[in-house]
Write a protein that binds this ligand. Sequence first.
Ligand code: ZN
Ligand code: ZN
Length: 390
Amino acid sequence: MKATTWVGKDKVKVVDVPDPKIMNSRDAIVKISSTAICGSDLHLYHGYIPAMREGDILGHEFMGEVVEVGPEVGNLAVGDRVVVPFPIACGRCRSCQQGLFSVCENSNPNAGFAEKLMGHSPAGIFGYSHLTGGYAGGQAEYARVPFADVGPLKVPDEVPDDQALMLADIFPTGYMGAEMCDITPGDVVAVWGAGPVGLLAAASARLLGAERVIVIDRYPYRLRLAADRAGAEVLNYEETDVLDALNELTAGRGPDACIDAVGLEGHHGNAAMYAYDRAKQAARVETERPFALREAILACRSGGVVSVIGAYGGFVDKFPMGAFMNRSLIMRTGQCHVQRYTRPLLERIRRGEIDPSFVISHHLPLKDAAKGYQIFQKKQDDCTKVVLKV
Ligand SMILES: [Zn+2]
Ligand SMILES: [Zn+2]
């Protein structure tokens, strides 16, 4: 089959690889119809996530048709159309039983490696380095789906691929980011980052009853989407002092909740700050450029929630712990527990409450995956989200 593989920094290639096979009685094989490139794939592309190897198959957002099932997969049949959550979860361990699927205790075969870096291991993830299991990803013609009796969600025919595919990661991730904000009527929620996840976090905050949502980015075409499709007010941080503007918009108190949908490769309007973190990251003295996180903490009203859904990999420098502690802030974070959200969010799509496919800007054939990475990385042609058709 054809698959998109990681070659090295800023390089991916579609090559022929062996077809996946059932290896475990709870596996299924899915013939992929649509698969997306994620902002977090760009962290792999740029070489910021450790433990990628040449030839690793990329992709954790995919859907398609079940073509083979293991003997213990009673809930799926050959021919079912499914979308697959990005975290791999057994459904039976203590974390899974609590709905914490992205920290499943049984799905990362390289747990010992992750424990060295993180203390305990998170779940395995499709196509996301050997730190999270070294699983083959779904930017390919076929994928092996472990624990297929737990993760994949059957998709009714009337829901098109573009909508259903967003349930693999970014809609649940954005939604969880908003849910973690404990939104009550009248709340103001600020979102750093108008990428696909930030846009869906903003739209979800509106769904959950936020009175006002303010989105911060520097790309006018993305801010336009936030305003037009997520009902947000927008701030361009290259034109405005964000902290001043947020205070002005909230009578000096700050937003009730602040969502970091940027993560480890942030950019900062202040050139000196940017150079400081860029240099430390390049020297691997810190692994992240946490501008959005720092600003979200400083902006948040006292007693408010800082919700972190942007991806981080290691350590951050200059974390404003003084502000955090003295102003009674709350932080909630996590890779999304996607399996918890797929069904209810599919229902929201079917009821017409939201169409998460508004973030998609490009459709390309799988063979053009390298071009997809490039235009997404360079934000060419007003790129927000690339879907590869197989
Ligand atoms: Zn993703
Ligand atoms: Zn589990």
